[in-house]
Design a protein around this ligand. Structure first.
Ligand SMILES: [Fe+2]
Length: 196
């Protein structure tokens, strides 16, 4: 190994429209701009919910004209996020539509109530919700998934199980089933299961 100890610090993504992305992360997720570099880059920090809040957890970089032209050539410049939402498979994984190799970016919120409130407010804004609220088997964390303006799925999560080093469960291999991905699917059969 080259280091003996580390933590995940920040994520950097390229975006189609930097101003639109800043607006989303600021107005929807209450992040703040820490610094900017010209017109091309913005550094954003999370609210102080997570103890590790710092100068930035997210770096947004404007795509170049060449990258935008390539998306335009493939007719992928404009995204209908509601169309992705409508095309989601009815039950279980594979579940999140993505526009690039990033599968999702997860932010920690204090509790389940915060996730429920977020779902309500996203509905009020007519913002697509891809999945959730639900609870993952591995990690035992509650989740809610919805897209940013580029279609990168955002996950809000709470109650993540602690690492074994901190008293959590030892590692195991889970079956590849919808119920592993969302343990609440087990009880959804009682009512209409098509809504989430
Ligand atoms: Fe996740």
């Amino acid at each position: 190994m080259v280091v003996e100890n580390m933590g995940l610090d920040h994520v950097a993504i390229k975006v189609r429209d930097l101003e639109a992305s800043i607006e989303f992360y600021r107005d929807v997720l209450n992040m703040a701009v820490s610094d900017r570099i010209g017109e091309a880059v913005a550094f954003l920090r999370t609210p102080a919910v997570a103890e590790q809040s710092q100068h930035h957890e997210l770096n947004l970089t404007q795509m170049s004209d060449e990258e935008l032209a390539a998306l335009a050539d493939r007719d992928e410049l404009e995204l209908d996020l509601h169309e992705f939402e409508r095309d989601l498979p009815e039950d279980g994984p594979p579940m999140l539509p993505t526009t690039g190799p990033i599968y999702h970016i997860a932010f920690e919120v204090p509790d389940f109530e915060a996730i429920g409130n977020a779902a309500e407010k996203l509905n009020a804004r007519d913002h697509p919700i891809y999945r959730g609220p639900g609870r993952h088997g591995p990690g035992n964390n509650i989740f809610l998934y919805f897209p940013d303006p580029d279609g990168n799925p955002i996950e809000l999560t709470a109650e993540m199980e602690k690492a074994p080093e901190a008293g959590g469960k030892p590692a195991k291999r889970w079956p590849r089933t919808p119920e592993t991905w969302n343990v609440w699917l087990n009880t959804e059969n009682i009512g209409d299961s098509g809504s989430e």
